[in-house]
Unconditional design. Sequence first.
Lengths: 204, 588
Amino acid sequence: MAFGITFAGVGGQGILFVSRILSEALVGMGFDVKTAEVHGMAQRGGSVIAQLRFGQKVFSPTMARGESDMLVSFEEAEAARRLPFLKADGVLISSDTRIPTMSMTGEGRMYPEGIYDALKPRVRRIIWVPAGAIADSLGCRRVQNMVVLGALVRELNFLETDWRRILRRSVPDALFEMNARALDAGLAWGGDNAEVTCPATQAM
Amino acid sequence: MAAHFHEQLLTGNEAVARGAFEAGCVVGTGYPGTPSTEIIENLSRHTHIDCEWSINEKVALEVAVGASIAGCRAIVAMKHVGLNVAADPLFAAAYQGVNGGLVVVSADDPGFHSSQNEQDNRNYAPHAKVILLEPSDSQECLEFTRAAFALSERFDSPVLLRLTTRLCHSRTLVRIGEPETPAVREYHRDTGKHVPLPTNALRLHQRLEGRLRDVAEYAESCPFNAIEWGDDRIGIITSGISYQYAREAMGEEASYLKLGLTHPLPEGLIRHFASRVRELYVVEENDPYLERQVRALGIACRGKPMIPPCGELDSRLVRRALAGADEKVLGLADLDLPSREPVLCPGCPHRAIFYALGKLQDIVLANDYGCYTLGMSLPVSVTDTCLCMGGGLTVASGFDKAKRLAGRKGRIFGVMGDSTFFHSGITGLVNAVHNGSSIALILLDNGVTAMTGHQANPGTGVALRNPVARRVDIGAIVRACGVDDSHLRLVDPLDLSATESALEAAYRDDGLFVIIASSHCVLRRDAADVPAYEVRPDACGGCGDCIMTGCPAIRRDGAGVFIDAASCSGCGLCAQVCSFNAIRRSGA
């Protein structure tokens, strides 16, 4: 059977890049890998998903609702929006990054609160990554996607892989160090927080 | 676990390009269209292959046919609706046959990921009478493409290679091969073959029918058509990506007739399979293309509508149809999540035009296909129709006729981009001049074919393989069509008052009026040194006018408004809109 991950987020967050890095690593580990992406309209700040499946032999590149073992989201509302893709006993990893939608601005609605609290009881395991803050502490918000990848790698326990080597051949030299540091930071955070989820809402 | 040495993850599009390269293809043409665009983009990396972005799909196929007749192996790629545009040369080429192998790639889009319909272009194959191939993963994209050229030459027929989004943009493991040495065949004039005067054409048709019989015979033993035996209680006839969904859904609980060459169909193989399974199903996305032909053979089977005809297929839908299984899915119904549709980028010049159009009363707007279709994402959205490439102009001409016949007031506007104008807008403009259309046309010239990934078009100043290309001047074309200067305005759309003044003039005019709004696509501008804009909270009146521009960089903040500096591109439109003078450049 194949293991499946649905990635969710907003067009432009670097979701496809994360999917590529992970899939390269999985191929190196000897798995059959298929990914499904959608290029085009959705990139203009729209809601996007990508899917990745790996196993001994994978047939369908896509998974229907309720078939993903993990849902990995790069944005809070998108984690909620794509929850139906997750299996009943699946694992949810999400960044706490919030990107308001045009419809919120246009209709005068605030960003919905309580998403974490609504998600937590519904999933077997939830990992809420302060990826934006971690990326900011490295001086580059843009690499928050790599922080999430680090937390994902920690959860999958793929710690033997030489991630830096894969990154090295996937990003331009000028961007390598920042991306690598973000990945390391996500891995470290995942290690420190293996059993703890730290939502901003918990402090309120 | 098998180690996948010498294999790499490629998208279907990358694999098609690789297959063409390996087959010694030397000409590649196409028009950008999701999900096909990366085929020509990847093919053009091989400098010995003559690749071009043609002005539209009809031209692309005609150029490829010319190259094929003259001895080159040629490939042409387009999205599904593009084949409608290229249909004329497709049908003609089928009668005439080829010299160098000719492969026509149709990248269909079940599920409308980036299209206005999900037409199933397999239906073209029996109508045009061409060979049809349907790969089911990236490895087959490579192998089928590579084999298609030799097939095309062997049977003297164009080959239609049919892809779908989930092939084009999915990555699966591929083992690449050694390329053949490209060679251009000799060309000798053969008017009997290539000039279909009625005296020739009947003979060509008869030959074509004979060819199809030969291919049908070949199909019986073609390695692309094969039976995978599992449990023979359930037999599934399938092709393309649907094979993967069926296999995922049913595994060893079924047997599969996996078809890769699907026109003409291998009737003997189908009968053989059907007779050896108890229940026969046909699993295919969208149209009952295979199913109709199976039934026409007198074979009972089940397919539509239990396998849905609309929307994308997946393994769960197949499983539900064949095995009745369904599992509970998680949902978050009680959280009212705001929608997140794609929008125009911050700084997009199209925004200014649609913002200004939104202020006009009593207009009809015929829109077209490109980034500017997202003009509909503004809070006040003014689009009435969107038909097909070029429709922004021609559908407006049709509305104009109704307006006159019905005695209506108001003004008819048409909108299209530069690439669309070259594609099929010029013909509509000539028609509007010649046949007296009273419409206001706005040409949105951002100098590039943006939505599909910034490909060059004749107005860009570069071509796919040429860093410097002669720029075709849209203003000169408009004038040459017969639009005089009193009915033509050239504006910078980000100069809001100039734009509003031009729109006012277009609105008040009662004849054909053309506005050319020129400004570079914001994603191609060097935005590094452009300062963002900011809102002065003390001056902000909270009127919300800036929000009406629909710019994603402008956000609400309690009662007021702020601009997200990281997203702002510094176009200054909001500053021009603000009547409180509360928005200005940062640091100003």
